[in-house]
Design a protein around this ligand. Sequence first.
Ligand SMILES: *[C@@H]1O[C@H](CO)[C@@H](O)[C@H](O)[C@H]1NC(C)=O
Ligand SMILES: *[C@@H]1O[C@H](CO)[C@@H](O)[C@H](O)[C@H]1NC(C)=O
Ligand SMILES: *[C@@H]1O[C@H](CO)[C@@H](O)[C@H](O)[C@H]1NC(C)=O
Ligand SMILES: *[C@@H]1O[C@H](CO)[C@@H](O)[C@H](O)[C@H]1NC(C)=O
Ligand SMILES: *[C@@H]1O[C@H](CO)[C@@H](O)[C@H](O)[C@H]1NC(C)=O
Length: 511
Amino acid sequence: MYISVMFVGLFGMFMFAGSADPVTYLDRRCGDDLSNLWLDVVLVVDNSRAVTRMDRVRKNILNTFHNGTNIGTSEDNPRTTRVSLVTYNKYSEIIADLNQFESFDDFNKSISMNLANSSTFDESYLIKGLESATVVLEKSSLAGERLNYKKVIVIYASLGDDILLAIPLADRLKADGITIIAVAETSGTDNEKLDFWLDLISSGSMSFSIQNEKLVQEIQDSFLQTNCFCPNGWVQLRTSYYDMHSYRYGICLSLSPLTAIWRAARLSCRNQWRNGYLVNEYEANKHNYVLESLRNSSLFRLPYTYHIGLTYLTGSWYWDQPEGNSLRKVDNQQWKNWNPGYPILSSTQTIGVNVQNVTDESETGWQNENAMGEAHYYVCEVASCDTDNYFNCFCPDGWTQYRSSYSYVDSSRFGVCTAATVIEANWRAAQFSCRSQYSNAYLINEYDLNKHKYILGYPKSDSTLTGVTNFENQGEESSGWQNVNVNKEYQFYLCEVAACDTENFCEPVDN
Ligand SMILES: *[C@@H]1O[C@H](CO)[C@@H](O)[C@H](O)[C@H]1NC(C)=O
Ligand SMILES: *[C@@H]1O[C@H](CO)[C@@H](O)[C@H](O)[C@H]1NC(C)=O
Ligand SMILES: *[C@@H]1O[C@H](CO)[C@@H](O)[C@H](O)[C@H]1NC(C)=O
Ligand SMILES: *[C@@H]1O[C@H](CO)[C@@H](O)[C@H](O)[C@H]1NC(C)=O
Ligand SMILES: *[C@@H]1O[C@H](CO)[C@@H](O)[C@H](O)[C@H]1NC(C)=O
């Protein structure tokens, strides 16, 4: 197996954590640096006559954005937040779209002026406000702006005439991945009714009251959680598997229903996403979360046995880490989950797996096994995108993320984007074209059969240039390499570039 051969080479590159390593055995939390928040936010503010305390709303809005959050856009810094302002009463009005405010001062001026007083209308139609917010977001999306930024709507609502009618629209927005935060502007009576309705309108656990002393922090925390997410196809670790709205950690998990020996599994984690590695289990919560995720999927068969990042080196057990980082010693962590009798001291049983208990099926525990032994399922992890990790988790517009299967969109995604060009060019020109299409792009490389096949899945991919050229065999659904003259032979071609991900913020080429 070529994979094993490659690993013998990598083995020498392991690094060891020193004894004074100050590592904490806690799972990574989402970044919480508000000055690095990167979101698009639409404020939808009720200014009907029922809102008697506009000053409270104004103050709350300003304070929420006044912890160093960069408002607007910036050429040098992608970690900025755009804010739009919509007001509603009997009618709604888009005061500012997402591109208007270029600084906190701009924003402050507009808020101070436009939310100085409530209007003279008695009626209040939340649905009109939400419709205007939709217009703002759609316009931005059609213009292709910041497609990789999470979108948030913050509603400040009094007990309006139609809150129930707004629920279907709110549901659609949430289904589109937009987060809705709702604040009850309760000056009068009937607070309970308003709270109840706003619970339905908002994304789970994101409905608050204007009277809450901690409101600013609650909204900021909701922003930070929204700004913390995983690459497509990865599952985000939460405090509770069954509560979708429980706290999200800054950790993404990928569960592989394909089996591999430990070393191949580890390599696969590294290839699936930059800085990916085999899962670490520091706390029972994460262990249980992984198990619940397996249990809830029909792709995994009982009894569960799956590779985790446990590896034995020079007298101790260590956790796998991103490539180039020191491994973490397992001895130093409090919670351990060895099955009775494990680990077995052995010079060959040097990797760890989770094995389901035959008598108590609800549990799995750690056992060590032969490193070159059986193939099992495996679980990878990688840090989420968040305020600390601001890089996109997508491919540039028009590029397709390379997956393990072309026809199965949910198959695991690699940190590589590809683009097919249907204008023919010779090899030199194609190479140049790839380089010009995106920074650091190049003609596609085919390291393994899967990628070669994946490319064949593209429409019109029958003759593509890959340094040499893939020519389709006559009448067959396969193709192979042939060398051709770099200046003659005009063919279609395919480019590739690293995915924009937690490590790689994509900058388009300046033309
Ligand atoms: C935000 O700013 C307020 C006032 O300037 C300050 O009291 C608070 O500690 C800050 N919060 C954070 C999370 O920095
Ligand atoms: C917002 O602008 C007003 C003047 O319009 C100023 O008095 C106030 O200090 C500003 N607020 C902040 C937080 O900068
Ligand atoms: C706006 O409200 C303030 C009190 O907050 C009041 O003094 C002022 O007269 C009002 N302005 C208008 C135009 O109604
Ligand atoms: C469990 O799996 C089902 C079906 O795939 C899915 O709809 C559901 O969201 C999963 N549950 C959780 C808590 O993720
Ligand atoms: C399985 O679970 C039972 C009951 O909890 C326990 O007594 C036994 O030691 C476990 N066996 C293994 C291999 O973990």
